[in-house]
Design a protein around this ligand. Structure first.
Ligand code: ATP
Ligand code: MG
Length: 422
């Protein structure tokens, strides 16, 4: 018998999967990984186990080639919602596991269309992992299709079906699924290394963080406030954003750093219309120092080329010049509307929209310099001791790990299931 174990220690199932409902998780790019594949799959499963922490009931996972099977007596909706946030799975499909026999597969496939509205079109797609199965994939697709038509009188549409019934045939067990939710796709978090995200309160940087995680970067976060000259609203916002983002990865840390004092010093040193780029340079310089301490290899920002006055190519180049680690800008070619749509999808938009007191507005000059050269900043930067300012700032940073100790994180209601077509 397969022992049911609480989700904390989600076991790998060695023996056959129990007959009944389960969830199929289709691997994305992980399957391109050739000889390193097992490392990617191990990380994928570690992250999955982490995401299942605190799920009520017992859970097990089983690895098959390019697919992970997830089951247990935990509520299936909850398993689906959690798995949908794990980077590396392209599709999350509730399924029924049956023994490998024509009758059992047909019965499950007919059952998958119970309750479908009259006129709903369908197609059957079969895949044989176990080649000795007596029917070819095409023969099985025809057989199952014919039996569904008999039972429900529904029309077949092979090109754009409303419902695609998928059958996966293994030696002893087969899986039948009529529903597919999108997963996050991408690579398992941690397989590309670590990065430090400059997280502000806007729409952009949380989306940039999500993209970085989706390419396998494990992220920590840094947020600069205008303290002591601004209130705590932006720090609360950054906390809420980091907590939301941490639901896509093993939770990273948030560092809240007070920049206000250094901003004043820049102004006193005569930054003038170069105040904003001066601040930005100080931010990435401090972030580079912090990133090295966290053993991160890059910093990530939410910049999009030309989106606001400060995001010209020359200003970005000048910011890069101050950084001592690569500055990654995942949104460089995105339009604002695309970013907002994505922020809605990943669940950060409703936090970003809240009002705050952004440190960048503090001491902002009436006119921002569009084309800044190194000579423009060299003069006033010489008048401050940036290293010392950075040490002071980092020494008094507040560090938390948002969302890490939520025993059972709230599960975002999954958007309506997508019944796929190809
Ligand atoms: P966002 O929507 O992410 O706030 P934005 O459109 O407001 O971006 P800017 O304010 O120019 O653009 O900021 C560009 C990037 O610099 C941000 O995406 C973020 O990565 C970083 N950044 C800006 N302000 C802060 C801050 N207070 N703390 C940390 N990072 C910041
Ligand atoms: Mg901003």
């Amino acid at each position: 018998m397969n022992a049911a174990v609480p989700a904390q220690g989600v076991p790998d199932l060695a023996g056959p999967v129990p007959i009944g409902p389960c969830v199929l998780l289709k691997h994305g790019e992980v399957f391109l990984k050739g000889r390193n594949r097992h490392l990617f799959v191990e990380r994928l499963h570690d992250n999955l186990r982490g995401a299942l922490r605190g799920v009520p009931g017992s859970v097990w996972i089983k690895e098959m080639q390019n697919v992970t099977v997830l089951g247990g007596d935990a509520p299936q909706d909850e398993l689906i919602a959690r798995a949908r946030r794990v980077m590396g799975f392209v599709a999350v499909q509730p399924a029924l596991r049956v023994e490998t026999s024509e009758e059992a597969i047909v019965a499950a496939a007919v059952g998958a269309l119970d309750g479908a509205a009259p006129g709903t079109t369908f197609a059957v797609r079969a895949r044989r992992r176990h080649k000795p199965f007596p029917l070819t994939s095409t023969q099985l697709e025809r057989l199952v299709g014919a039996r569904i038509q008999e039972a429900h009188g529904l029309p077949v549409d092979l090109t754009r079906p409303d419902i695609r019934v998928e059958v996966e045939i293994d030696r002893k067990e087969s899986y039948v699924s009529g529903l597919r939710h999108f997963g996050q796709g991408g690579l398992p978090v941690g397989t590309s290394g670590r990065a430090l995200v400059l997280l502000s309160g806007g729409y952009d940087s949380p989306v940039a963080a999500h993209r970085a995680m989706r390419r396998g970067l494990r992220c920590d976060f840094v947020h600069f406030t205008g303290a002591p000259y601004t209130n705590a609203a932006s720090a609360f916002k950054a906390y809420a954003l980091a907590r939301e983002l941490n639901r896509y990865q093993p939770p990273g840390k948030l560092h809240i750093v007070a920049l206000g004092h250094a901003q004043k010093q820049l102004a006193v040193a005569g930054a003038g219309r170069f105040q904003v780029v001066g601040q930005r340079r100080l931010m990435v310089r401090a972030a580079s120092v912090l990133a090295r301490r966290l053993r991160a290899q890059a910093v990530v920002t939410g910049d999009a080329l030309g989106q606001v006055a400060s995001q010209t190519l020359s200003n970005m180049a000048l910011v890069d010049e101050a950084a001592t680690l690569p500055v990654l800008r995942p949104l460089i070619g995105w339009e604002k509307q695309e970013i907002i749509d994505e922020a809605r999808r990943i669940g950060t938009a409703e936090i970003s929209v809240l009002p705050d007191e952004d440190c960048c507005q503090l001491l902002a000059p009436r006119q921002v310099s569009l084309r800044t050269k190194l000579e423009d900043v060299a003069g006033f930067e010489k008048r401050l001791d940036a290293d010392e300012l950075i040490e002071e700032m980092l020494a008094s940073a507040q560090v938390t790990r948002p969302g890490a100790d939520e025993a059972a994180p709230a599960v975002t209601p999954a958007p309506g299931p997508v019944r796929t077509t190809g």
